[in-house]
Design a protein around this ligand. Sequence first.
Ligand code: AMP
Ligand code: MG
Length: 338
Amino acid sequence: MIKTTILDATSENINYCSDLLKHGEVIAMPTETVYGLAANVFDDKAISKIFKIKGRPQDNPLICHISDLDMLDELMMDIHSKIFQKLIEKFWPGPLTIIVPKKASVSNLITANLDTVAIRFPSHNISRTLIEACGFPLAAPSANLSGKPSPTSANHVYDDLNGRVKAILDGGICEVGLESTIIKLDDDLLRVLRPGIISMDMLKEVTENIVLDDSVLNQMGSNSTVISPGTKYKHYSPNADIVLVDSTLDKFKTYVTDKLNEDVWCAVFDDEQKFFDKNVLTFGYNEKDQAHNIFMILRKIDEIGAKKVFFRCPKKENVGLAVYNRLIRAAGFNVVVL
Ligand code: AMP
Ligand code: MG
């Protein structure tokens, strides 16, 4: 078994991790969204380790992380798109992943045989410094076991991957707490495949020609062909059953109060805690807080040993849409509408 060490992000340790990456190892790194499990984009052996460590299905492609726009050249075809230029000027570095036609140098392992590649330029200092020290882009999915909630602290990564990776660079708690917004550019149409902290409204400032992909709000069958393969898998799930209750606060109270016991909890917004005298968790006041806290709460549910948790339903707009997207998956689409 590999000994796993959590390392402070000193320049010495960042250099140590870049050496590991240059030698085909996989390490975990912080980003502003969630922690990533990183390997050299151009090393197929290292990339296949990512899939093995996470237990990730081979048909779920990885996002490539860059630290400099010059790195785009080795990953994507020149697409001469004004929209693409505007998007990267406005949102990079930051939590936006853009799917574009790939260069042949990007292996089919990364893209799961698609002819496109997902690219992100993180704003987090540690991941950027690490990529710069490597000199090559890093492919990095979230650093959790496949199916589990994404990790937003070094300890979350350790809980899932202890014994499977050599090093976890510690960058504290991730600022955003939710994975990046993923968009695909089809000529000038912008398709949102995964909502995130960069909302539809923010993207509309670049173009009005924008659609929300069906997979964001609907369950896709495991045999269906979907544009973003990751969306068809069970995701973000604690061991406990999650039920999302789409209702007013009053109806929520009536529905759950008699059901609460030592195994059954509820998760509500911060200012609503006072209405419940036991077994209540809170996951944020506004949508941004909810995004920041949601994965932490989903992991806490297993720590306290709850068997079932009823969740208040976040707003389905702006950042709330991203929280809702993760919660319906955590709940296995078990949504009660009252
Ligand atoms: P994760 O790395 O866990 O944040 O998941 C990455 C997500 O990006 C998954 O949902 C993938 O399906 C999606 N993705 C990566 N590359 C592509 C691509 N070329 N086309 C469509 N979706 C992609
Ligand atoms: Mg993931």
